[in-house]
Every structure is written in C-alpha cells, then in structure tokens.
Design a protein around this ligand. Structure first.
Ligand code: GLA
Length: 726
C-alpha cells in the first residue's frame, strides 16, 4: 500500500486499501493518466495495453516517436498550446503574448506524510505514518514555468488528494489563466454526471444525467461556492445504486468560484476536470513567484454511492475538521432566530434560555439583531457593538446570566458584510467590493467588504475578537448572506483585478484562521443563508454548518439526504422549528421533526415557552435521546436505505461500534400499499442485535437480508430504532 514507483517502466502506482491510481511517463516526457479504479496489483507497461485507440483524424502529431497526438492521450496535467484541443488544466499567457505551454516530466519525489497547503484548507495527517505523498514536477522548458503535482495516499481511507503548485522559475511575467487542481480520464463514456444543485432553502438536490459527447459542467461565478452548485461531482455507472456499481467522487476543498467539468471526445473517452473556475480568473506570477491551487479529494467505490459518501465522511470528520470539537461531544443548542427574529430583548432571550435549560439543552445562541440599531435587515452590518436598547447590560451580562443557568452562550456574526446604513460605511464608503463609477448592487440590502485588503481583514479580526474577548462566548454562528457583484478592489493594479475572486477566498480563509486559532475553545458553525458555501473548504474552520434555512421536516429529508452525499452528519446543523413551518407552512408532528433533526447536529429553533406541557415532555425525551445516540449519529457510518428523491419514504442507518440507529420516515399515508421493507446494511452477519425498546433480538444476517417492515399509515410519521450488538 502507498506509492510505488517502477523505474523500468516509469510508472507510479498509488494504492489505497481498495483503489489504485496509475500514472506513467511516456518517453520520459509525457505524464499520462493510465488508470483509476478498483485496486490492482501491478500495471505492466504503458504501451503494451494502451487505453486509447482510434484514427488520428485531424489530430496533429506532437508525439512523433509513436506517431501519436496528445489530443488522443490521457494527459495527466493537460496544458494549452499544442495538439491537445480538449479543455486544459493549465493555460497561461507569456510576456511575448503567446499562450503556448508544453509541460514535460522533470522529476519526482515521494515523502512520508502530507505537507500543508499555504493559505488554503486541506486534509491533514497527525502522524507522518498515516499517508505518503508523491510530488511530480513538470516543466515548460522555454519559459521555465514548472508545476508540481501533489498526490497524497492515506493508509486507512480510500481517498487520494490532489493539488497543484505553479512556480515561475523563468525570467518573465507569466499570467495564469487556468490552473485546475485535477484532471483524470475515464476510458468510456457510459457514466452519469451526478451533482448537487440548489438554491436558498432547497439546498443540494441530487441531479443525474447521462454523459454525452462534448462538455458538461457545473460551476460558480459568485465568489462563493454557493447554494446553487456544490463543489462536488460524481461519475457513476447508470446502474449504480447506494450499494452497487462504480462511482467516482470528486470533492473540491474550496469555497469560491469552482468548476467541475467532463469532456467526452470523439473517441468517447471522458476527461474530468476539477478546479478554480477559469472564468473571471487570472493571476500574475513574477519571476520566483508561486501559485498554490486548492486540493481535490478523489474517491472510487465499486459498491455504489453509499461507500463513496462514507469515505468522504470518514476523511472529513477525522482529517479535515480540526480543533477540540472534532472529537468532543457537541452541545445541543437552541437558537432564537425563528423564535423572535429581530424582535427580542434580554428578558425574552433569558426566558427562552430558562426553558431550554429545564429540558436539558446545553447552549443558547443569540442570532441576528443584537448590534448597532438592527431591528430589520436594512442596517448595521459592520457595527459589531451591542444595541443597548435591546440588551442594556451588554453581551457580557447576558452571556453570564445564561452561564448562571448552567448553559453556554453563543452569538451570531456576519463579519464579511457592510450595510450602507452603518457607521462603518459612513466612515469607509470605499471598503465595500465595488468598481468606481458602477452601481453597487445590494443583496438583502447589504454590500460585501473587500477582503483582499489587509486593513479590512484586520478590522474584521479585531471587531470579532474584541466581542469574543468581552464575554464568555462559547459558540459563534458565522453567517454570509449574499454573493459578490461588481468585482473590483483598489488593493490591486488593473492588470491584477482578475485575481480578485480567488484573493477574496484567501482573505476569508486568513480571517477564519486567525480568529479560530485565537479562540480554540469556541465552537464555530458556518452559515450562508442556510447552507450556501457549505463546502469542504469551510469545514477546515467550522466543525459544523447550518444546513438550510428551510427547517420543515419534510423538506429537510431531501436537503439532508443530498448533503450527506459528501458531508458527515456531525457537520450538518439540524433544528426542530415551530409549526406551521415558517418557510413552507406545513404542520408536522414534533416527533417527526425530532427524528429528522436528530439525524444531524441536533438543536431547536423556536420558543419552547409556546409549547404545551405535553410537548415539553416530548422535548425532554428528545434531548435525552439525542445525547444518548449522538455518538452513533455523529461518528457512525451512514447507510442511506431509502431516498426521499425516489419515493414516499426515507430511511437512514448509522452504525457505530456496537450500536445502530435506524430511522424511517413516511411522508404520505397510503391506503392500499402493504408494509415497506427496509434491509439494514453494514452489520456483522453472525452477531445478534437487540432492539432496545421492544427487547427483540435479531441476527445481523436477518436484519440485512430479511429486513424490517414499516407501515405507511399516517402522514409525516416516523420511527427511530436503536439496536445494541450482543
Ligand atoms: C441567515 C441565516 C439564518 C439567520 C438569518 C439572520 O438567513 O441562514 O439562520 O441567522 O440569516 O439574519
């Protein structure tokens, strides 16, 4: 296992426990992608069993030794300028105005462990023995531009990480137009393009369409990864299910403009590209400069989507999320947003907290509206000073009173924003992202701060840190409620303005790094109008993320199911809210809403004082139950047994050590259907499992092969079963 190099054949073989990724250097020059898939023991020679055949129709011959064209070859890091006419991973302009690059293999190095990516989030190792890294250097001999392709293979996870560093070792200025992070090739086109599409309050719905010849892509041009297209792509055989079939997963550890693209050529082979969106991107490298492109995580599963997701979950839960809350139990929280919106005072918040404390909730979160004169969403973003009309004794007093109840206290911020009606804007009208002479288009009546400017980053860090220092605050909800328009900054000269989008992302990463490392004991939850920007890059800073502003139990089934394609349950904020639901008006039972929210990072988003005594008893039981099962949900392996995208039922199963949680949800009652069969997964066939409420014991093989039967007799009904392995 690890990274093998066969010098005779010039082949690199990267092996994870169950997968292989093979690269070869043709004629000492051309780095080719030869194979990615189920683990193999050996790869013979590059030319003996070459994956590409076909007529050289209209393909220039730039590999004359074999009368071949790079247009037909599976180039591992394709560049623009010679015979390869497909979308390149690398495209640059040189001082003479030309745009021709010709990368040739130069050298390789294999190192223990994994290096950090400067300024960027990335997976990590805690010990060098956990992984090996291969670095391959390619060079454009005429200009001296080099790319270092970095591949890390983890011993315990079927994931390969890829990233790219560009070095200008020449004498001229190089303008990078595209530096993608990964290209691979699949040697037929019989795959479906699977991605997560969405919008505000309907995040991450699973979309599938067959590959056709030509390009198919998703992307973002919003400066944030967005609600609209998650930086994730899977290519799956059309017959692939949760448990069967080949699935390739690509998850980009980046929070800005991204591109996931597949190009099927005339030979019906598929090039898969992932990286920073070249649209609106350019980057000047002066001699000696480097550019680091972010990391992509690749995984291959020969047994369906479920296995793909479990690989992402394990890696992200253990080697992407950082800090003390990676391993520590997370608090059950209550958030006042849907309870009060902007209309609160200290008394109201304390009343909510008191009731929450009485049912066992650990953390009271004060949402938007505590600062400036913010009684609606028209003003005050940027003025991170408490509104004494609402909280006359300040945040410290409120936080202390909440602590005195025996609860922790958390606070909402939206630090990347500025309202036109704010003291900050009046003092610094040029601090927002804008282009002189152009409109400053508001969204939710707010503009965005220009995080490419150091003094603005410093302002944000100081403003947030001084509030965090001023009071016993244990949790921060970091919100971000718009996408960027009219991109421009005075921090960059005209020829560098197109660097803005990526520099903004580097800016937010720097700000988050400074604040989270200054407050290692604070739990950070990300948010962006619900689950916009819920991407792998953000998980490096926030162990959890508010999955969606849509808190309706039914809608949440699809949102959480789609999100779980990549994100582990421990990262998915999920709260019980009031009925009729504020987003869709639906009324569902408290138990149903509870079972949905307990499948993620559990909490409440309502005023518990409005519930009846009977409902409060249910809430007490929910909190107790979640605390009992949270390790299983948050650290367990997830099996999606029935999908809300495919029918009337949803079922999820979490297996952790010797305990299992099974959930089953019915949306609509049916009169004439029989019971629905659910077969469990991931159990020990020979072991016995006792269902803890009924005391019934089943064998693992029974649960997995015969399964259990559930009735669909009531609208919005649900069941949660817990099994203990004997
Ligand atoms: C966003 C968040 C909500 C809430 C509001 C406050 O929409 O997603 O949870 O915090 O902002 O304005």
């Amino acid at each position: 296992m690890g990274i093998l190099y066969c010098s005779k054949e010039n082949i690199f073989h990267l092996q994870t426990p169950n997968t292989s990724y093979v690269l070869g250097v043709l004629d000492g020059k051309h780095l080719l992608h030869l194979y990615y898939g189920k683990r193999i023991d050996e790869y013979t020679s590059i030319l003996d069993n070459f994956p590409i055949a076909g007529e050289l129709a209209f393909s220039p011959i730039d590999v004359p030794e074999h009368f071949m064209s790079t247009n037909m070859l599976p180039m591992e890091y394709p560049c623009y300028g010679s015979a390869d006419f497909r979308t390149p991973a690398f495209h640059a302009e040189y001082e003479d105005g030309s745009s021709v690059t010709c990368f040739e293999y130069e050298s390789y190095e294999i190192i223990k462990g994994k290096k950090k990516l400067e300024g960027l989030p990335a997976t990590y190792v805690e010990n060098d023995s956990e992984a090996e890294t291969l670095e391959i250097t390619l060079c454009d001999r005429l200009t001296g531009v080099k790319v270092v392709l970095s591949y890390t293979v983890f011993n315990q996870v079927d994931a390969i990480t890829k990233s790219v560093r560009v070095q200008n070792d020449g004498n001229g200025i190089v303008t990078l137009k595209s530096v993608l992070s990964s290209t691979i090739h699949l040697f037929d086109k019989n795959y479906e393009f699977v991605h997560l599409e969405g919008a505000w309050a309907k995040e991450r719905s699973i979309q599938k369409r067959p590959l056709l010849n030509g390009c198919m892509q998703i992307d973002s041009k919003r400066v944030t990864s967005s609600h609209h297209h998650s930086p994730f792509l899977a290519l799956a055989r059309p017959y692939a299910t949760e448990t069967q079939g080949d699935v390739y997963g690509f998850s980009f550890v980046y929070s800005g403009n991204h591109l996931e693209q597949v190009e099927v050529n005339e030979f019906d082979t598929a090039r898969v590209n992932v990286g920073i969106n070249p649209f609106g991107f350019s980057w000047q490298l002066t001699p000696g400069d480097k550019f680091q492109a972010p990391e992509v995580i690749l995984t291959y599963s020969d047994c369906g989507f479920g296995n793909m997701s479990r690989t992402f979950h394990k890696l992200y839960r253990t080697r992407l999320v950082r800090g003390k809350y990676r391993d520590e139990k997370r608090p059950v929280l209550i958030n006042n947003w849907e309870a009060t919106y902007f209309n609160f005072n200290e008394e109201k918040i304390l009343k909510i907290a008191e009731k929450a404390q009485s049912v066992g909730i650990d953390l009271m979160v004060l949402d938007d509206g505590w600062f400036g004169k913010r009684n609606d969403d028209n003003c005050s973003l940027g003025d991170w000073v408490v509104d004494k009309n609402k909280l006359p004794d300040g945040i410290e007093s409120l936080a202390t009173k909440v602590n005195d109840l025996g609860m922790k206290f958390g606070l909402w911020f939206e630090p990347e924003m500025i309202s036109e009606d704010s003291d900050l804007y009046r003092a610094h009208p040029d601090w927002c992202i804008h282009v002189e002479g152009r409109n400053r288009t508001p969204a939710r009546q707010q503009l965005m701060l220009d995080l490419t400017r150091e003094e603005i980053r410093d302002y944000i860090v100081d403003a947030v840190c001084s509030v965090l220092k001023s009071a016993p605050i244990s949790y921060v909800k970091w919100d971000m409620n718009r996408n960027a328009t009219e991109l421009g900054t005075k921090s960059l000269p005209p020829q560098r303005q197109q660097e803005f989008a990526h520099r903004y992302v580097l800016g937010i990463y720097e700000v988050m790094e400074r604040i989270t490392s200054a407050f290692p004991d604070v739990l950070f939850e990300g948010c962006s109008g619900g689950g916009g920007r819920f991407d792998a890059g953000m998980l490096y800073y926030y162990p959890q993320y508010w999955t969606s502003d849509n808190t309706d139990g039914v809608e949440r089934l699809s949102i959480q199911h789609g999100t779980s394609m990549v994100m582990p349950a421990s990262t998915m904020g999920a709260h019980i809210s009031a009925i009729p639901n504020h987003q869709v008006g639906r009324t569902t039972p408290l138990t149903f809403r509870g079972h949905v929210a307990m499948a993620g990072q559990f909490g409440y988003e309502l005023d518990l004082n409005t519930l009846s005594d009977e409902e409060i008893e249910i809430v007490k039981e929910q909190v107790k139950l979640y605390k009992d099962i949270r390790d299983i949900v948050q650290r367990g392996e997830l099996y999606r047994l029935a999908s809300p995208f495919e029918g009337n039922n949803t079922s999820w199963e979490y297996v952790h050590e010797d305990r299992v949680v099974l959930t089953y949800y019915t949306i609509r009652a049916r009169s004439t259907t029989g019971k629905t069969n659910v077969k469990l997964c991931g159990l020990d066939e020979t072991a016995k499992y006792t269902e803890t409420t009924s005391g019934k014991t089943y064998s693992g093989s029974y649960l997995m092969n015969v399964g259990l039967y559930f009735e669909d007799k009531k609208d919005y009904s649900s069941t949660m079963l817990i099994f203990q392995k004997q």
